[in-house]
Ligand binder design. Sequence first.
Ligand code: HQG
Length: 184
Amino acid sequence: MIDHIELSKEISYALRHAPWEYELEMDEEGWVPVEQLLDALHKEEKWKNVSENDLVIMIQKSEKKRHEIFNGKIKAYYGHSIPMKIVKEKKEPPEVLYHGTARRFLDSIKEKGLLPQGRQYVHLSQDVETAHSVGMRHDMKPCVLKIDAKQAWKDGIVFYYGNEKVWLADEIPSKYIIYGDLET
Ligand code: HQG
């Protein structure tokens, strides 16, 4: 039996953080040939029977839209940390976006704004619930920050489309962050 959650984690690791460990040739949008990924996975005992169909099932079963398969290639929608910056589609964001984070990061965020830290882009959420669950990864009682994306976009801050719930930005200066009573 294939553990599709475990498979998704390994594929996210390969596509977001370490394509070279899997000898993957990645293009500038982050696409790699499915065959190459399968060849690499087949070298591991636990993935030796994984098929393209398993990848499709993995994507269908996932509670988040993390990966896409198209024309024999697969990519991660977001999350990259590799040195080669993945080219994302610039897009006007919704008027308001959210960012779930830990209480312990707030002072630094107030001072420096939202920075990508270990990843290529700052990750923003389309809705409060998504932001809250992102923040839960860092803090049992996360804070949800509200981003005045409309004003930021007007002022020339570039946003990029991740998937229907995830937006990306190079950085979000502190003046566009609303530290209201959104603490959850
Ligand atoms: C924080 C997951 C101090 C930032 C999620 C965050 C997301 C600062 C942490 C995606 C800071 C980075 C990404 C500053 C930002 N000072 N801390 N100036 N600026 N930070 O994990 O956004 O499930 O790299 O608030 O759902 O939490 O893997 O980013 O807490 O969509 O598919 O630095 O990853 O998706 O943490 O999460 P991360 P993230 P998956």
